[in-house]
Design a protein around this ligand. Structure first.
Ligand code: ADP
Ligand code: MG
Length: 302
């Protein structure tokens, strides 16, 4: 066997992840063993997707798939080893980070997301726990288990994607058609969470998620999102006004005006008006001072 599995480092919904190494080089790697036991007639679709999309993408801000192998009927993905993730960093209050660090992380995340979208791939599960750090501080978009090709306009999709707190309003409404704008919404929520250092829209269930989202950001109306009121669940909603600029300034006390514009661009209710990855990357937020930190100098270990 070319790879060893040494210790378990993580467990997700459909995989167990081990730390290991490559015999020939001694290189540290991670092995993601996909649980296929329940799928006797073949591999789970999510495993196939993850392999397919990772093979198509090579980018400094997307996790590298080094190899794949089968063992005891299980599919194993050999990935570059990434020692920690953004969720751990946000939760560990002994780690201090600055607005310049946040800017560097947003830049790397958006470059990774843009690379996916440019290759016609939707990630569909962006959240701090799926943004991993390399030893030199690069952010890598990881966990492509829910990814899919950007759909043709009339293709019908499941809206049951993305972890609840990071789910865009069109998904909360159960839209059967959606675009790469769902990933940008998730990035916007992650940006807010980095500034607040607590989850921004922590809904307790799917109904509460709408409540929490619209209370914070205003209930969408047909005026800024034509036909939003034709979604089935719309009439049950409480109508909240959008927050004033001053309310946003008070909530995001350390954010500059450009940082707020950047956040609001990603958190637009109407997916057609939401900023694209390119618009985000070209935002004045990245041009104003302070410049993003050099990733290799950010201390993320307490
Ligand atoms: P799932 O689809 O089951 O959520 P993930 O790919 O997100 O699987 O992996 C589950 C967990 O395993 C991650 O949250 C992380 O803690 C750990 N992990 C995943 N990939 C790596 C890696 N390349 N290096 C180190 N740890 C990893
Ligand atoms: Mg995961």
């Amino acid at each position: 066997m070319e790879y060893t599995k040494e210790k378990k480092v993580g467990e997700g919904t459909y995989a167990v992840v081990y730390l290991g190494s490559q015999h020939s080089t001694g290189r540290k790697i991670a092995v993601k063993e996909i649980k296929t036991s329940e799928f006797k007639d073949g591999l789970d679709m999510s495993a196939i997707r993850e392999v397919k999309y990772l093979q198509e993408m090579q980018h400094p801000n997307v996790i590298e798939l080094i190899d794949i192998f089968m063992a005891y009927d299980n599919l194993n993905l050999v990935l570059e080893f990434l020692p920690t993730d953004l969720e751990v960093v946000i939760k560990d209050k002994s780690i201090l980070f600055t607005p310049a660090d946040i800017k560097a992380w947003m830049l790397m995340t958006l470059r990774g997301v843009y690379h996916c979208h440019r290759n016609f791939i939707l990630h569909r599960d962006l959240k701090p726990n799926n943004l991993l750090f390399s030893p030199n501080g690069q952010i890598k978009v990881a966990d492509f288990g829910l990814a899919r090709a950007i759909p043709a306009p009339h293709e019908i999709l499941t809206s049951n994607v993305v972890t609840r707190w990071y789910r865009a309003p069109e998904l909360l409404f159960g839209a059967k058609h959606y675009t790469s704008a769902i990933d940008i919404w998730s990035v916007g929520v992650i940006f807010a969470e980095l500034m607040l250092r607590i989850p921004y829209l922590p809904g307790q269930n799917d109904v509460d998620q709408m409540e929490v989202t619209f209370r914070a950001l205003g209930t969408p109306t047909d005026r800024d999102w034509p036909e939003v009121s034709s979604f089935m669940t719309y009439n049950k909603l409480q109508i909240y006004p959008p927050p004033s600029r001053d309310e946003l300034r008070k909530r995001f006390i350390a954010a500059s005006e450009y940082a707020l514009d950047f956040m609001c661009g990603m958190l637009k209710m109407n997916p057609q008006k939401r900023w694209t990855a390119v618009q985000c990357l070209e935002s004045d937020y990245f041009k104003e001072l302070p410049p993003p930190s050099d990733p290799s100098t950010i201390k993320i270990r307490s």
